[in-house]
Write a protein that binds this ligand. Structure first.
Ligand SMILES: [Ca+2]
Length: 125
């Protein structure tokens, strides 16, 4: 009787411990829905998703500035990343349609303030 009760407790504790591990938020990479452009503060789509947009043209604020380190472009458009500057802005990133970049070069990493959206066949200026 005592042994059965003890065994039952051990099983219960083990299940509870397993549940905690499974239920804790893993450092899973972020995702981006079809038709969306997404930007993340970490490399490899980790960290905070600072932008999730379906804009098809025009200028789009980066959300949180100077933090973007990876992007997923699941749109049919080209997205151009801009570092605001004085006297002029500097286009530092070009992301073709259906392209994911797990990391950005030093020119663009942690520098983008906004994007503009153009047709995929055009070039970022
Ligand atoms: Ca900037």
């Amino acid at each position: 009787m005592f042994n059965r009760l003890t065994a039952g407790l051990v099983v219960t504790v083990a299940v509870a411990a397993t549940t905690v591990v499974v239920g804790s938020p893993a450092m899973a990479a972020g995702t981006c829905s079809s038709g969306h452009f997404c930007a993340f503060s970490g490399t490899s789509y980790n960290g905070t998703k600072v932008l999730d947009s379906t804009a098809s043209s025009g200028s789009v604020d980066a959300g949180t500035h100077d933090v973007i380190s990876s992007v997923i472009n699941n749109t049919s458009k080209r997205w151009c990343g801009v570092n605001n500057g004085f006297p002029g802005d500097d286009t530092v990133l070009s992301v073709a349609q259906n392209t994911s970049l797990a990391s950005l070069d030093a020119r663009a990493n942690d520098k983008i303030d906004h994007f503009y959206v153009i047709s995929n066949g055009s070039s970022c200026s």
